[in-house]
Write a protein that binds this ligand. Sequence first.
Ligand code: SAH
Ligand code: SF4
Ligand code: F3S
Length: 457
Amino acid sequence: MKDNTAEISEIKALLGDKPRKAYIRSFGCQLNVSDGEKIKGLLKKMGYGFTEDEHEADLIILNTCAVRESAEDRVFGIVGSMKKLKELKPSLIIGIAGCMTAQSHIAEKIKKSYPQVDLVLGTSAISALPRLLLEALRGAKFSADITEYDDFSEAAEQVRESSFKASVPIMFGCNNFCTYCIVPYVRGRERSRRPEDIIGEVRELVSQGYKEIMLLGQNVNSYGNDLGGECSFPQLLRELNKIEGDFWIRFMSSHPKDASKELIDAIFDCEKVAKHLHLPVQSGSSAVLDRMNRRYTMEKYLGIVDEIRRRDDDFSLTTDIIVGFPNETDEEFRATLDVIKKVRYDNIYSFIYSKRSGTKAAEMPDSISDEEKGHRMRELLEVQREVSTEHYKRFIGRTMRVLVDGVSKKKDGWLTGKSSEFIIVEFEGDSSLIGQFADIEITDAMNWAVTGHIKKG
Ligand code: SAH
Ligand code: SF4
Ligand code: F3S
């Protein structure tokens, strides 16, 4: 890890007693949010406080995502609008971090077209933030560091977004090179954290009262492949399950090509592991999966689903789907609709294919119009709504254990939480329950949530 203690002290001395505020916004996946928490941890060390209002900020860091064009456009829109903020407050420092910075054409574009940006911080260069910030505070017009120093994974202080739910990255990078995906290019190859470091971090979080631990990796099933067989992901789950305390273990994402019997055994053997598996299918057509380089067939995928459902027919499955992959035929799209009905997912995260320059799929011919892709997306969402509503009915009359997240946005005096199955549960209750487990008797099911009341006695 890059030693930055000298720069941290210099910044502290430079800022003195004057309180400084930072506005940090993360745009991407949970790993990106976790990086944001580490950036905040570093800033706290340097004496910064935090604000949710960019107008109040002395420092703004946009922690970006490159997975789809829409995510990048949003960031460019926001950076553009920040020109005004900078004119109003010339001392304002604006930084761009996250996955967008790892693409050279984007880094060039930022430097050339957005002079309001003072610093660019690569995904593996978080520890360089104090140096870049020091340069900016001393008046440098632009400084950037996208070197791959480290992942800043150990000994990193974090300012966590929640006091009861914690994300714990267990590995970084991805080796899979799905043909549509930019992640392997912006996050590099797989690197697993040491099991004892992960176990130590989780133990500490549980002792601080955290109730949900979300283990993160682009493909958690290949955790440990680079540790010489010392610890696999199912073994890690079993070790974490031994930690004493009342908490849930979740994980994301699990690549179907590596979802083994050992994984399924561990999920069912470990009582702290939630009754939910996010198993991204991407497409219901084996031909499309082949073009995507997913390295499993629908037969293999459905075999995993059958094995899970054989052990527990109610087990909750969620998935990711890409609509409109290059030259996806109508028949191939219909195969995806069939899979949704067959698997009965509790939730689906669906995306219209977005061309990412530098990936293999970006070179593939595509004759499907945007209009057709939009049409398919609407049809998919319709099918999913029907499936969820029908499937959620299975919970009516049952009691679900729920980790209470916050107040409901839909109804005054109501709270919202998530069950072990990762289903949204809404009910009337006092806000003192936020961050606690509650038992809820389910009385109704909608297509996005179930509702009920707190179990008496
Ligand atoms: N590593 C995870 C996925 C991380 S990206 C996994 O393999 O499951 C999250 C989701 O974004 C992917 O599952 C995919 O559905 C979607 N996605 C990735 N690249 C995309 C692209 N170019 N266009 C549209 N969706 C994409
Ligand atoms: Fe992207 Fe595939 Fe890696 Fe997931 S497994 S991050 S979809 S390349
Ligand atoms: Fe995550 Fe987006 Fe990067 S999905 S890994 S923040 S490209």
